[in-house]
Ligand binder design. Sequence first.
Ligand SMILES: [Fe+2]
Ligand SMILES: [Fe+2]
Length: 283
Amino acid sequence: MTTNFETLTLKPFNPQKIQARKIDFQFSTDIPRIWHYDGLITTHFINGISLFLPGFESFMVRVLKDQLSNIKDSELKRQIAGFIGQEANHGRAHHQYNQILRQQGYKFETWLKFMDFILIEIMEKRLGSKICLASIAGFEHLTTLLAGIILKVNMLESTDPRVRSLWEWHAVEEIEHSSLAFILLQETDNSYWLRAIGGVLGAGLALGFNIVGMFLLVIQERGFFSWKSLIELKRLLFTKYKLIPYGWKPLFEYLKFNFHPCNQDILLLAENLSLSLSRVEAN
Ligand SMILES: [Fe+2]
Ligand SMILES: [Fe+2]
């Protein structure tokens, strides 16, 4: 039932030296179905992200591995290898978590197959490696932004510690490697239009996958459609966690000509959290 943060102590947060930290998550079916104290909307907003992550992170690993042989700079190559390792670990941890959702009775297999079809048959086979890489850079911008908001508003405070650990670890590593896909894209092809179209595609796909996944889980709850759910949705998006007020402007900053994904405030936030996660193990 414990989560091992020892590796975080051994490999502290360091955006200059990306390394995979393998964490042994011990999920079990006694995680409550509605594990977020705000209710089913917030729970399934976050579960909906978990549903698409194993597929999306495998997609990223395949695309980035393909790029490795084209990278001339040995330091960048080493960083990208660390980035691939982190994403592969995230995908595995979320797959493990999704197994618990399955055991709790949620149905989503057709949805997973559909998302794989989009990523493999359309993105990889039809659109090609450059647009895939550009969409990954846009997706990474979105994940960094979301990770930053989750940490900033303490969205996971007082929730089930096993679920909280999974997301805080993931959020810290997303922020740590936040600039790498963008830098790799610039090295490969620095066309503004490739970045912009790929960015819209990557962020749009992730948002679409999240919303549909959340909806598919929410409708499997009894009494899902109620005033309480609508009020909770309003709190999530506008009043308590403020995802839209905090998120929309930085999201579109990606389309500025001079955009670069370096944000020291977010880095500092993740560094502090990384240290506090290390203390969990020390206690
Ligand atoms: Fe990730
Ligand atoms: Fe990432």
